[in-house]
Design a protein around this ligand. Sequence first.
Ligand SMILES: [Zn+2]
Length: 312
Amino acid sequence: MKKLASHIIKELIGFGFRIFGVFYLIKQFSKKNKLYYVFNYHNFSKYNNYKLKRGNILETGYEESFEKQIKFFNKHFKFSYPSEFFKSTAKECSVLVTFDDGYKDNYNIALPILKKYDAKAFFFIVTSLTGTRDMLMHDKIRLLVQLNKVDKSFESIPRYLYKGTKNYDKDSIDYISKVYDEINLDEVRMMNNEDLEGIVNNGFKLGNHTHNHQGLSFLTESEQLSEMEKCDTILREITNVNTIAYPNGLYNSETIALCKTLNYDYGFTILPGVNDKGTNHLELKRIGVNASDSLNVIVFKIIMNYFGVSWI
Ligand SMILES: [Zn+2]
């Protein structure tokens, strides 16, 4: 109920921003200040970017609303990779779309639309999941609760991770993994190697999202390096990689130092806001969006993030 109320408020405010010209003004300011908006998607299930109360993982699609979003970005912004954005001196409002985790629907639904509008996009891959029937821990929990295989109390487990206070504890991982293995899910929900090659062959970029998607700030320096290197080695069989997105947005000063050791040029966080020419290349901000978001909600998020306010 709270989620619905929050959604309606965003919808109404976004609509107001559009009809009263606020978006037009923000766009002009953004051009003048050469800003870089980076939008972050995950899979295409409804409300997927709500950190705690997400929608039904099995309910996916939203092809039409995603196409409207990409068309809108194409009309009002200039698609740029970070290397292009930081090099350009033009007064323009730049945009990039990113997809975290490596979900199959990114390939099936997003790729053809991105191609149609000549967009620029990064796909950040969790390499331990590539081509497997496995899922990320928070998705497994979400699925198993929906299928009534585990009780709702497990939904609180990812909360600690998102607050950055605790990694998934081992007992919960073991229990959830055991129940998940028992349901014998046929459907593959993550991309395989051929899909990743397809992404590169269509002109888009792959990025490091670590091998196992653990919160890097919870790991020792050598564990962090191993997580980053394993992913790097696997992806380099397909393409050159110089960009990382920190899983769950969790990183620390050791992570940043390791990125430099690995010769990484760009790192994406989930810090809200908009980037400018002075933003640290290894701490780029992103705006969390859903394929199911209407254009009013997208405009609402653009304006909130312009003012540095996060409201997910
Ligand atoms: Zn992720």
